[in-house]
Design a protein around this ligand. Structure first.
Ligand SMILES: Cc1ncc(COP(=O)(O)O)c(C=O)c1O
Length: 352
C-alpha cells in the first residue's frame, strides 16, 4: 500500500532523539529554544511560541486577541479541518462561515459582505492544502475596520504569497506539526506574530502569567525532530511541487477531472494534492483497491458540521462531494509516482 501520508525522518532525527534520551534533559531545553528561534527566522516573524498542537495554537491565539463571548464574531472559510471552527467555539466566540473560491481559500467577495453584516472581531484565512489565501485583499478589507487577521497556516509551512512566507501575512498565525504536516513532530504547533502586544497576551496564556494559564508545551524530542524537519523543508517542498506539477501535466485533460489551480503570485507547497471529480467515491474506492492511499479531504463543510451561522456556501458544498487527495509527500519514489499516475488515468477514464 502507498499510504496517503508518510513522515520523512532520517539519521539526523534519530541521532537527536537518542542524544536527548542520553542527556536526560527532555523538556524546556536547548532544542525547544533552537526550534523556536529557527522557526521564527524562517517565517520572518519577530515572535514565536511553540505549543502542543495546531488546535491549541488557534485557541490560544483567539484568546490572546480577545475572543471571549458570543458577541465576538470570527469569520472562517467553509472548507478546512474542523479545528479552525472548533477553536472559535472553544474560545467562546461566534464563528460565521463563508464560501471559498477556486483556490479553495476564502472567498473575498463574501468576506466584504460578511464584514458588513456581522461586524467581526477577527478573520481566519486558511491556507488550504498548502496555497495561501488572497492576503492582500483580506488585509485591505480588515485593516479599514480594525479586524484582526489570524492566519491558519497549519498546512502551509514554506508557502509564499508575493514572495512573503505564510505565517507572516497577517497579524498572527497558527501552525501545526502533526505527523502529516510539511514539518512533522508527531504532535505540535506554533504561534507567530510581529506584534509585541499580541505576543505578550499569548505568553500570559501559556507561561503561567498574570491569569490562569495552560501547560501546552512540547518536549525536547518534538523540538529536536522539528528542527531537522525545518532544515529539510525547502528541499522537501520542492519535491512535493515537482510531483504535483507532474500530476497536473498528466491529469489536466482527463474527463471530468479538475486539477488544483495554482495562482502565479503564490508558492503552493502541496501539503495535500487535491483533485475533483463528480464520481469521487468510486474513484477513491478503486484507487484504494489498487493499493493507493487516496482519501477525502474534507467531506464536511464547517457550517454543516457545527451548525454554524453562514453565508451561501454553494461552492464549498459541491466541493466536499467531489474532492479527494492522492499521495504527494517527498518520500514517494519515482516508481510510485508513475504507478499513481497510471492508475488515476486508467480509473478516471473507466468511470467517465
Ligand atoms: C487547516 C488546519 N487547521 C488546524 C489544524 C489543527 O492542527 P492539529 O491537528 O495539530 O491540532 C489542522 C491539522 O490537523 C489543519 O489542517
Amino acid at each position: 500500500m502507498i499510504p496517503i501520508i508518510k513522515p520523512d525522518f532520517g539519521k539526523e532525527e534519530e541521532q537527536t532523539v537518542l542524544e536527548i534520551i542520553k542527556s536526560g534533559h527532555i523538556t524546556r531545553g536547548k532544542w525547544t529554544l533552537k526550534f523556536k528561534e529557527e522557526f521564527s527566522n524562517y517565517i520572518g516573524t519577530t515572535f514565536c511560541h511553540t505549543v502542543c498542537s495546531g488546535t491549541a495554537a488557534l485557541y490560544v491565539g483567539l484568546k490572546a486577541i480577545g475572543i471571549n463571548s458570543k458577541e465576538d464574531v470570527v469569520i472562517v472559510p467553509a472548507v478546512s479541518f474542523m479545528a479552525t471552527i472548533d477553536a472559535v467555539l472553544l474560545a467562546g466566540g461566534t464563528p460565521v462561515v463563508i464560501d471559498i473560491n477556486d483556490s479553495y481559500t476564502m472567498n473575498t467577495e463574501q468576506l466584504i459582505e460578511a464584514v458588513e453584516k456581522y461586524n467581526p472581531k477577527a478573520v481566519i484565512p486558511v491556507h488550504l492544502f498548502g496555497q495561501t489565501a488572497d492576503m492582500d485583499k483580506i488585509n485591505e478589507i480588515c485593516k479599514e475596520k480594525n479586524i484582526v487577521v489570524f492566519e491558519d497556516a497549519a498546512q502551509a509551512h514554506g508557502a509564499e504569497y508575493k514572495g512573503k512566507k505564510a505565517g507572516n501575512l497577517g497579524d498572527l498565525a497558527a501552525f501545526s506539526f502533526y505527523a502529516s504536516k510539511n514539518v512533522a513532530m508527531g504532535e505540535g504547533g506554533a504561534l507567530v506574530t510581529n506584534s509585541y502586544k499580541i505576543d505578550e497576551k499569548i505568553s500570559n496564556w501559556i507561561e503561567f502569567g498574570d491569569h490562569p494559564a495552560l501547560n501546552l508545551r512540547i518536549t525536547e524530542f518534538q523540538a529536536g525532530i522539528g528542527y531537522h524537519q525545518l532544515q529539510k523543508l525547502d528541499e522537501n517542498n520542492e519535491r512535493r511541487r515537482k510531483i504535483a506539477h507532474l500530476y497536473n501535466k498528466e491529469f489536466e485533460n482527463l474527463p471530468g477531472l479538475i486539477i488544483p489551480k495554482e495562482y502565479p503570485d503564490r508558492k503552493h507547497v502541496y501539503h495535500i494534492y487535491a483533485l475533483r471529480h463528480p464520481k469521487r467515491d468510486e474513484i477513491v474506492e478503486r484507487l484504494v483497491q489498487e493499493g493507493i492511499g487516496a482519501r477525502v479531504y474534507y467531506e464536511y463543510t464547517l457550517h454543516q458540521l457545527r451548525n454554524a451561522e453562514h453565508l451561501d456556501c454553494e461552492f464549498a458544498e459541491l466541493l466536499t462531494k467531489e474532492i479527494f487527495a492522492i499521495p504527494v509527500y517527498p518520500a514517494l519514489k519515482d516508481s510510485e509516482v508513475d504507478f499513481i499516475i497510471e492508475k488515476v488515468k486508467q480509473i478516471v477514464n473507466e468511470v467517465s
